[in-house]
Design a protein around this ligand. Structure first.
Ligand SMILES: Cc1cc2nc3c(=O)[nH]c(=O)nc-3n(C[C@H](O)[C@H](O)[C@H](O)COP(=O)(O)OP(=O)(O)OC[C@H]3O[C@@H](n4cnc5c(N)ncnc54)[C@H](O)[C@@H]3O)c2cc1C
Length: 401
């Protein structure tokens, strides 16, 4: 019998952790390495787990636990910055696709996955940042920044948008593209706001410049129960500048854009708990390859999608299950497993990245006529577009067995 190749997963974020769980279900051991220190604590803001992501979590037995830590989202409503209601779209998500969408903190999703790995005895090597890969005939040598080397028969890059595995695979490949939008976000106490979103509803507000969204992220009713996020069209903020910006500077920058918007936009920003998140929005539209030989990519490393699509975590979970299934069935030929994975996933992932781009384009700086046309579009056309596009997204429900 041939020896099993040693599988290394670089990145124990949403996709990497889920991949290790599915491999474990198949009786395949994998070693997980992540750059974050073991004691990093909760990181990140909020996200939405769409019904297609919930479907994958259900197959790991984690969907109910996430629903209990998050807030169901079944409706979207759209306003302009003056507060005029432009449209409202109600979805029968649970009846049609088996689950509502769930708003949750990124930490809640990650914590559930990592907790399940721990329960199953799958170790994560924290504090190990990949530097480079030396891909030899017999094995790949993963070189870490702490000076250690680990040999692998298969290397999977689940190391996010600024992936080092991708850089090793394609030193001259495309870099993540800045989309021309910067996003901020945070959490606020519902009691602080003049107006709440209806339960299970995400409210999206479009201005002449930028966008603001908010909704419940859990049912506790404390200062982290409402999530909010925005998008501002502007140049990228250099990384060192972002790192040096305090919460008050971020608040002031956000208020400059949203001054005069309908309630509760300004209040949400003023009263937001800290930290206030801020980042440049990048995506990756198309890579020439997703794998070569024994090295492959999943999640944001392969196809980073902007947050406007609300699909980043769901796509990483789908990737994890589909790749694990192909590795289970073609373990002696990782290249075959990677090829089948790419054939199953590339078109869908790239469509989602494009959808995120189109949605981001509604949030750019518009003149009076542009904003008027956008409002007509949001009133009259967007509800049908959303129903059609989400139906295509949510109907895709691959199964493990
Ligand atoms: C700390 C953090 C907070 C986030 N917060 C949000 C949020 O609030 N809202 C939202 O929509 N999305 C957030 N994201 C992004 C979101 O998780 C991903 O877009 C999505 O889930 C796709 O998952 P992924 O597994 O491909 O990548 P990610 O979930 O980003 O995971 C990538 C993992 O790779 C690790 N890593 C990176 N470089 C290396 C390296 N060189 N060597 C080893 N490990 C490495 C990272 O520490 C991380 O654990 C966050 C990501 C991170 C890492």
């Amino acid at each position: 019998m041939l020896a099993r190749p040693r599988i290394l997963i670089i990145g124990a974020g949403i996709g990497g952790a889920a991949l290790a769980l599915f491999l474990d279900k198949a009786g395949i051991g994998a070693a997980l390495y992540d750059a974050a220190p073991a004691d990093a604590g909760p990181a990140g803001g909020a996200l939405q787990m769409a019904p297609n992501g919930m479907h994958i979590l259900a197959q790991l037995g984690l969907a109910d636990a996430l629903a209990a830590r998050g807030a169901a989202a079944t409706t979207m409503q759209f306003r302009n910055a003056r507060g005029t209601l432009l449209s409202r779209v109600e979805f029968q998500l649970a009846a049609r696709y088996g689950s509502s969408a769930v708003n949750a903190t990124r930490h809640a999703v990650h914590d559930l996955l990592v907790g399940e790995l721990r329960r199953r005895g799958v170790a994560i090597h924290w504090g190990r940042r990949l530097r480079a890969i030396d891909d030899r005939t017999s094995a790949a040598i993963c070189r870490f920044e702490d000076g250690s080397d680990v040999e692998a028969g298969v290397v999977i890059g689940a190391d996010g948008i600024h992936s080092r595995v991708r850089a090793a695979l394609m030193p001259d490949g495309p870099a993540p593209e800045f989309t021309g939008l910067v996003t901020g976000g945070g959490f606020v106490d519902p009691a602080a706001l003049e107006r709440l979103p209806p339960r299970a509803t995400l409210e999206m507000i479009y201005g002449k410049v930028g966008f603001f969204g908010f909704g419940f992220v859990n049912e506790r009713g404390d200062d982290r129960s409402i999530m909010w996020w925005n998008a501002i069209p502007r140049g990228a903020i250099p990384r060192h500048r972002l790192a040096g910006m305090g919460d008050e500077e971020r608040r002031a920058m956000l208020l400059q854009v949203h001054r005069g918007w309908c309630a509760p936009v300004e209040t949400a920003i003023r009263r937001s708990a800290t930290p206030i998140f801020m980042d440049n929005i990048f995506d990756i539209r198309r890579l020439p390859i997703w794998h070569r030989g024994r090295i492959g990519l999943i999640g944001d490393a392969a196809h980073a999608v902007s947050p406007h699509a609300g699909q980043g975590a769901s796509m990483a979970l789908e990737d994890a299950m589909v790749l694990a299934r192909h590795l289970r069935d073609h373990l002696q030929s990782p290249e075959e497993a990677f090829s089948r994975f790419e054939a199953d996933r590339r078109a869908r992932a790239e469509q989602v990245v494009e959808a995120g781009r189109r949605s981001g384009n509604q949030k750019r700086e518009l003149g009076v006529i542009g904003a008027w046309a956008r409002d007509r579009f949001v009133s009259l056309v967007l509800p049908s577009v959303i129903r059609w596009s989400t139906d295509r997204l949510y109907r895709y429900q691959p199964v493990w067995s």
